[in-house]
Design a binder for this molecule. Structure first.
Ligand code: MN
Length: 420
């Protein structure tokens, strides 16, 4: 197992910090009156990549790379640029670096920074690739015998979502209105959702564009990095709309991502295999190496003005399909994939009750209310609830973390059409 690398940024040399020198995740931040710009997290600081480039210490290409406040240009450069950039950042920030004096002038404390979307989302796709989640949800809706749809063990099922409602952590939104239909009424009504939920996921970001089918190995190499992702879901809207074409408005309100993209290379020491399969995959989706990652994940819920409770703990290695297999499947009918495409893993649940990555599963469809540390109970999310996803791969003496992905559910608008 790799060891923690030592940086001259003292706060990076701790066993608990999410951002040691081994990590170097990519974000976009602003500080005081400055324009937003690309930065890399190191300890409790951010290295301002634009300023570092202007000061002549960070120039991985002949062209300026950091004049836009998005990581898309870097992503488009592909694996050799990612690796060159990472090597250079390691040189700048390592203990004893000759660039320390210049780099020190490019640091901003994370506590003083505002985080923005780290990349422009080209398109957003969400999968349903966690076996425990699919089994739990299937059991609730169709019974234990028919829990997994017949195609499930053969391919990662997904739907095309909205890139326009992917927001960076800290962006709050109102509880959605939608068509709800209860079984005891003949007609639906347009009302605020009553069964509003989160989904704990990881998002894979496509770095390299492609045209036509990709092998799993090619797909793996085209992935730039990963973020935490919360696929906010209105279960009552979903229940009425989802047949036969899948979720639509239930998932359209918001998708939150962590502000930091952890590059694939930083996660490689934690690579692991997908679980054992009882049905062999077709050749174009077969595993060709360890492409999942051992990343501990947790979900915390804080009612408005109250302390937070940890409501779920699980691990990304529980997924049945890797992001590489999802991307290979996504491209298999010929669809071009673009720089900035975001692929949600699907809800990451584990085998036990405390490993469930959504309220739908934690409260078993609302039938078993969850008790919080404050003594309150929850079946679904209430107005003012703040939900935090957190995750990190655990090394021997360090973590490779994502930081937090946070969002608060604000009350539904009184009249959603009033302003039009
Ligand atoms: Mn989802």
């Amino acid at each position: 197992m790799t060891k923690r690398l030592t940086s001259w940024v003292e706060s990076a040399n701790s066993a608990e910090i999410h951002f040691p020198l081994n990590n170097l995740p990519c974000g976009v931040f602003s500080h005081e009156d400055d324009d937003p710009r690309c930065g890399v997290a190191i300890g409790d600081q951010i290295l301002d990549c634009r300023l570092a480039e202007e000061n002549g210490i960070l120039s991985p290409t002949d062209e300026p790379l950091f004049d836009f406040a998005l990581w898309n240009d870097v992503m488009e450069g592909g694996p050799s640029l990612w690796s060159t950039l990472r090597t250079r950042l390691l040189e700048i920030l390592t203990h004893g670096s000759s660039d320390q004096a210049t780099a020190e002038t490019c640091l901003v404390p994370q506590s003083e920074a505002t985080m923005h979307m780290p990349f422009e989302v080209a398109e957003y796709t969400d999968f349903y690739a966690g076996r425990h989640h699919a089994t739990n949800v299937g059991t609730m809706f169709r019974g234990a015998e028919n829990a997994l749809p017949p195609n499930w063990l053969h391919m990662p099922i997904g739907y095309n979502g909205r890139a326009s409602s992917v927001f960076v952590s800290g962006t709050n939104f109102n509880r959605p209105w939608g068509q709800l239909k209860s079984p005891d009424h003949d007609h639906p009504a347009f009302l605020p959702s009553r069964r509003f939920d989160f989904e704990l996921e990881l998002g894979a970001i496509v770095g390299v564009h492609s045209d036509g089918p990709l092998t799993v190995q090619q797909a793996h190499e085209n992935i730039f990095g990963y973020v935490l992702l919360n696929d906010w879901s209105a279960r009552d809207i979903q229940a009425w709309e989802y047949q036969p074409l899948g979720p639509f408005q239930a998932k359209a309100t918001a998708t939150s991502i962590s502000p930091w993209i952890v590059m694939r290379e930083a996660l490689e020491p934690f690579a692991c295999d997908t679980p054992e399969r009882n049905v062999e995959l077709l050749d174009h989706l077969k595993d060709c190496g360890p492409m999942l990652y051992d990343i501990d994940l947790e979900v915390r819920l804080a009612p408005e003005g109250k302390s937070e409770s940890t409501i779920a703990r699980t691990n990304y290695k529980e997924m049945y399909y890797s992001a590489a297999q999802q991307l290979a499947h996504h491209s298999s009918a010929g669809s071009p994939m673009r720089t900035g495409d975001l692929l949600g893993s699907g809800t990451i649940s584990g085998p036990e009750k405390e490993n469930r990555g959504s309220m739908l599963e934690l409260s078993w469809g609302g039938k078993e209310p969850l008790e919080l540390d404050t003594g309150e109970t929850r079946t679904f999310l209430e107005d003012g609830d703040t939900l935090t996803l957190s995750g990190a791969a655990q090394g021997k003496d360090h973590k490779i973390g994502f930081g937090d992905c946070v969002g608060t559910v604000l009350p539904a608008l009184k009249d959603p059409l009033a302003s039009h």
